[in-house]
Design a protein around this ligand. Structure first.
Ligand SMILES: Cc1cc2nc3c(=O)[nH]c(=O)nc-3n(C[C@H](O)[C@H](O)[C@H](O)COP(=O)(O)OP(=O)(O)OC[C@H]3O[C@@H](n4cnc5c(N)ncnc54)[C@H](O)[C@@H]3O)c2cc1C
Ligand code: SF4
Length: 489
């Protein structure tokens, strides 16, 4: 049996060529949980394409649940084998059915081996990343030392956007050509919507790969046209360049259409053939077998309750304009652009997620579990397992600092440096109080003020707290943030 994120060849390569493969499609799953329209499209398109590829081997069932699919087909669960799925709930279910559960695929390290490595140490990505490079033999010499003497180029990869540029000037990223399967999916989703199933975001031609062949094309296109620029501008944001030099591979990776090691190998091969600098190949390696694997492993290592962490006592419900992606109601340019990207595409790049959307949710004290669910359902690449590190740990600091040494809170000065949004914004990044006060700047100080007792002891925040103590307009600033309330800024 395949789950909807197990669609690549490496999930069936140990089966006999005539062995049947069960794929379950559930309309009710979309009725139970409201997701982005383009995410629903991608999942259905990917699954239906996979069923077509498998031909007679596919047992493609449309049922309200996996249990019903088994009942309807009369398949005895104890005869079914399945690769260990990617959420706690799905893992409980396959075990309750007494299926044969095979070790997880699509990641590079067994969960037990990670637990063993982690032991009782504090989880530090850099330690794990170096261990991964050595273990997998990626860009290391025979003594296990990094090629060219540096483990990472992070310090060089934090450039602000090039001055005066509207875009990085790269070729448009690869995009799929929709086919009959997509047409059918679109018709079904339109009908379901008319029958009362609600989605967030808008429909649009598919942007991301949904088949193995498309995924390979997308990877090749990234390596040929964007990889050389990947790295230096990873943290920069240009309003007119939604993709920058990012790979756009999270969707095919998370659907199981690409294996992480083949992505890294493609980047390293490009470096070894002289096509791209080491800095670019290293940056991809770090993202894929570093960060992505880290997110996966910590999801399991930290336990199911981790997502309930709320160390900063953040209890604000997500306001409807944010939850509904009402970008047009927002005047703050950076936030309007970020919400607009999610509405229009179900995707934005990492810094937009972390430093605009996540930073906003952190500053405003949005409830962590609801915020994680919002990210999971509004993003085309969202799954439970990536939320724990990225949303609960990094963006919201809801774990009290187990993952990040300080909250990723930032005011308008940071966003002014790293984005090109401020010049067209009715607010001013350096103004704290009054009608032109930047909501991120005011919100930053209000965040520090609200959490002073919890965070003042963090030595990495000594400077910001000294700054807060010196603010002459502290009371006015807090009053203003309170007055603006939860409405769109
Ligand atoms: C608040 C927040 C929410 C996020 N939600 C998701 C999510 O729902 N799904 C998801 O896959 N990633 C998520 N990320 C991580 C990261 O932002 C996306 O993987 C990345 O933006 C996807 O675009 P890309 O494929 O062009 O990535 P690139 O920048 O090209 O990076 C290459 C690949 O590295 C992997 N990667 C890089 N950083 C991370 C990371 N921090 N965690 C996991 N994988 C990483 C991804 O597979 C990505 O495709 C989130 C990050 C934050 C801060
Ligand atoms: S001024 Fe503030 S709200 Fe406006 S774009 Fe800049 S950082 Fe965003």
């Amino acid at each position: 049996m395949l789950f909807a994120d197990q669609l690549g060849p490496h999930f069936v390569d140990d089966l006999a060529p005539d062995e049947q493969v069960l794929l379950v499609e559930s309309r009710d799953a979309f009725a139970r949980r409201r997701v982005h329209r383009q995410k629903a499209h991608l999942v259905l398109s990917a699954m239906r394409h996979r069923a077509l590829e498998l031909g007679d081997r596919a047992v493609h069932v449309r049922a309200s649940s996996y249990s019903e699919a088994l009942r309807r087909t009369g398949i005895d669960p104890s005869t079914v084998s399945v690769v260990d799925p990617t959420s706690y709930a799905a893992r409980r279910w396959v075990r309750s059915q007494r299926m044969t559960v095979l070790p997880a695929r699509g990641f590079t390290l067994a969960e037990n081996d990670f637990q063993h490595w982690l032991g009782t140490r504090r989880p530090v990505l850099e330690d794990f990343y170096r261990q991964q490079r050595r273990r997998l033999g990626i860009l290391v010499d025979p003594d296990g030392e990094p090629e060219s003497g540096r483990w990472n180029f992070d310090a060089d990869n934090r450039l602000p956007p090039p001055k005066g540029a509207r875009t990085l000037g790269l070729a448009h990223p690869w995009a799929p050509t929709e086919d009959d399967v997509d047409d059918e999916v679109r018709r079904d989703l339109d009908r379901w919507r008319d029958e009362g199933i609600a989605f967030v975001g808008v429909d649009a031609p598919r942007t991301f790969a949904a088949t193995r062949a498309e995924a390979v094309d997308a990877l090749e296109d990234f390596v040929a046209t964007r990889l050389a620029q990947f790295g230096p501008y990873e943290d920069a944001v240009l309003g007119a360049d939604w993709s920058m030099a990012h790979s756009l591979l999270s969707v095919p990776l998370n659907l199981g259409l690409l294996d992480p090691l083949e992505v890294v190998e493609a980047a390293v091969d490009a470096y070894q053939s002289g096509a791209v600098p080491l800095q670019s190949a290293e940056a991809v390696t770090r993202q894929v077998v570093g960060w992505r694997e880290w997110a996966w492993q910590l999801y399991w290592a930290l336990g199911e309750d981790y997502v309930d962490g709320n160390a900063l006592d953040a209890v604000t419900p997500l306001p409807s304009w944010f939850a509904e992606l009402d970008a047009d109601d927002v005047r703050a340019r950076c936030l309007a652009s970020a919400l607009g990207e999610v509405r229009d595409r179900g995707w934005s790049h990492h810094i937009v997620r972390l430093m605009v959307l996540g930073n906003w949710a952190l500053q405003r004290g949005y409830e962590p579990r609801a915020t994680a669910a919002w990210f999971r359902d509004s993003f085309v690449d969202g799954y439970d397992w990536v939320m724990v590190t990225n949303v609960v740990g990094m963006a919201l600091y809801a774990d009290g600092g187990r993952m990040a040494t300080k909250p990723y809170a930032a005011g308008g000065a940071y966003l002014h440096r790293m984005t090109d949004h401020c010049k067209a914004c009715p607010y001013s990044p350096s103004v704290r109080v009054g009608p032109t006060a930047c909501p991120f700047t005011a919100g930053y100080w209000a965040f520090l003020d609200r959490n002073e007792l919890r965070l003042r002891g963090n030595h990495r925040l000594a400077q910001p707290y000294a700054g807060l103590a010196r603010l002459s307009d502290r009371e006015g600033l807090l009053a203003e943030v309170a007055r603006r309330g939860d409405g769109p800024p």
